[in-house]
Design a protein around this ligand. Sequence first.
Ligand code: ADP
Ligand code: MG
Length: 311
Amino acid sequence: MAKSIKAGKPVEAATPRRKAPTDEPDRTDGLALQDDGVDAAGRPMPVFPDPPAIDRHGPAWVLAMCNQKGGVGKTTSTINLGAALAEWGRRVLLVDFDPQGALSVGLGVNPHDLDRTVYNVLIEHDVAVDDVLLKTNTPGMDLLPSNIDLSAAEIQLVNEVAREQVLATALAPVLPDYDIVLIDCQPSLGLLTVNALTAAAGVIIPLECEFFALRGVALLMQTIDKVRARLNPRLEVEGILATMFDPRTLHSREVLARVTEAFGDRVFHTVIGRTVRFPETTVVGEPITTYASSSAGARAYRELAKEVLAR
Ligand code: ADP
Ligand code: MG
């Protein structure tokens, strides 16, 4: 049975759980990111249907949130896409696959207090995902937490047989229990990320709308191609997600135009605006969908959830 995060020690910063949102206006609120039937890149905006209710769950669709660049919105997107999918009645498992443990912190868990994490699942053959799972405060969304211990796994797995398949093998028994598994990758293309790409059916690539966004994406695509050719033939790039978009700056719009020029239909119509609400959610340890439920950021991730389910 999964423990609940409430039962564990919350992170200190999370103590005043219902801290009021800052007085700073949400600058993307009221700004049309997708208006008049066109998306932020000027493409025709399809209407994504509300996902149908489901009464049976699984087997899970596994998606890796991947970009070897840090600070592009992987962890933020994992938490908030997960929470939005859970709002649509989907059973969601979030896998923290970064030794920094930012996903765990962002959901109110203090990673240093954990005896066992995803690390133990990978390395100790008698530890199962079910032994380590935590229930989050978002109904229907569970967390496989991580902490700095995971940084040792990269080296320890090198001599393991089928070292790229360790995560896939560990997740297999719980896939019938979930509709979606989101793996929050660390900012590198090392063995842990290759494990995530081997366990996944799809990749979502968050890209920050700033000048060097496209740097490194070619290398990421090559890595995905190699994993597909050698380890996981069903792996697909599900979509590229533009994050931290500021519709008022020409720069943001130019970067988005370049990204859609380069990747066409693979770029999600939904873009995530830049707003201070996201850093705030990390402090309180909860998704934006509950922290600022009607904010532009919450609405964007709900829209993304619909777009992902429509693919
Ligand atoms: P990654 O996991 O790729 O390293 P994070 O999701 O941790 O990136 O985001 C990096 C930082 O940017 C965090 O402080 C986060 O709160 C902030 N951030 C993420 N998305 C946005 C956004 N749309 N607008 C403003 N800040 C954001
Ligand atoms: Mg991260």
